[in-house]
Design a binder for this molecule. Structure first.
Ligand SMILES: C[S@@+](CC[C@H](N)C(=O)[O-])C[C@H]1O[C@@H](n2cnc3c(N)ncnc32)[C@H](O)[C@@H]1O
Length: 326
């Protein structure tokens, strides 16, 4: 009888002995498989150590007080802390300081489906959220009320602009770097977080080739119906880079079977080419399940500095995973 342990050794013998308090204990002997290469002792022991590493809180709050709740970094894999970056809670529009503020509504007591409201007309005549703040359906664009509206911050048409509400944390995964999960259950349609970073035009984004792990191409077709007749194109020439400046959204990994989706939202400016990218739950999600969305890459789309096609394996583990992110 034998077992492969960690893919390295086979257990070929076992025997029993009487341990403390007279309990029967099983003893194992690890033998090398015929022809198996010798492992450096440090590698063998670290490989086994990683299996027994208990989960530790590496950073108490990666947002350093900038979010309403602490965002912990948990690690059960190794001793690594998340690499440093600048935590921000709103988009950086460095070169785009002339964005037009949309004309707001006049609903002093808050907007509702039963009252005429300029913002609701833009949303196809209804508030796109239910009373609990859950989004009703995926749309080409959601128009939340904003700074020029007369409604209060508690207006039902202001959801994703209020920041993270769930007890989120990042955790080290086996094969995908850091990922995001929630300590509490999440109900379908809930707002999770923005994908915040620096807004770049295509030219600037291209200059960051080689450092593109955190680039989010804005305006990819999300397959949703366009309610208000906007002409939204697949690639509109802007990207969000969360490498140097970002929030919890930069840690959300890709999955071929995702439980979140990215929703374009406008509220503080009117430029449809560069909406906010907001992540919402596509289904009920149990506590500690990894939160993921579909990065929606087209094969052959990502190029290296020489213009050659870059390939990246996908380790999402979904049953119908294609094995490739791009
Ligand atoms: C926006 S970052 C996500 C956070 C990242 N895991 C980290 O540790 O900072 C995107 C990068 O995460 C990794 N990643 C995300 N999803 C993955 C997947 N399904 N399979 C393999 N790697 C993945 C890739 O290296 C990708 O370029």
């Amino acid at each position: 009888m034998g077992y492969v342990y960690d893919g390295l050794y086979i257990v070929s013998n076992y025997w029993t002995a009487t341990g403390p308090y007279g309990k029967l204990v099983f003893m194992f002997q690890l033998n090398k498989i015929l022809g198996q290469l010798e492992l450096a002792p440090s590698l063998a022991s670290s490989s086994i150590k990683s299996k027994v590493h208990s989960e530790r809180c590496m950073v108490d709050d990666i947002s350093q007080g900038r979010e309403k709740m602490h965002i912990r970094a948990m690690n059960a894999i190794d001793d690594e802390k998340p690499p440093p970056f600048n935590y921000i809670t709103s988009m950086i529009y460095l070169k785009f300081d002339n964005l037009i503020t949309p004309s707001g509504c006049n609903c002093i007591k808050g907007c509702s489906d039963s009252k005429p409201c300029f913002c609701l007309i833009k949303n196809g005549g209804e508030i796109p959220f239910n009373k609990n703040g859950a989004i009703l359906e995926q749309k080409a664009m959601v128009y939340e009320c904003g700074p020029s509206c007369k409604c209060p911050p508690s207006c039902e048409n202001r959801v994703s602009q209020h920041g993270v509400r769930y007890q989120l944390e990042i955790f080290k995964t086996e094969s995908r770097g850091w990922g995001v999960r929630s300590r509490k259950p999440i109900s379908s349609g809930s707002f999770i977080c923005e994908y915040a970073g620096e807004l770049l035009d295509d030219k600037e984004a291209e200059e960051r080739t080689g450092y593109d792990e955190y680039l989010f191409d804005i305006g990819k077709d999300n397959g949703s119906d366009n309610q208000d007749g906007d002409k939204l194109v697949d690639d509109n020439g802007f990207a969000i880079d969360a490498a140097r400046f970002g929030n919890i959204g930069r840690f959300v990994n890709h999955s071929c079977l995702p439980n979140l989706y990215a929703q374009d939202v406008l509220y503080d400016h009117d430029d449809k080419r560069m909406p906010h990218v907001m992540l919402f739950a596509a289904e009920d999600i149990p506590p500690l399940q990894e939160l993921t969305y579909d990065y929606n890459y087209t094969m052959g789309q990502v190029l290296d500095g020489n213009g050659d096609i870059k390939k990246k394996n996908c380790y999402c583990g979904a049953s119908d995973c294609t094995g490739r992110m791009y």
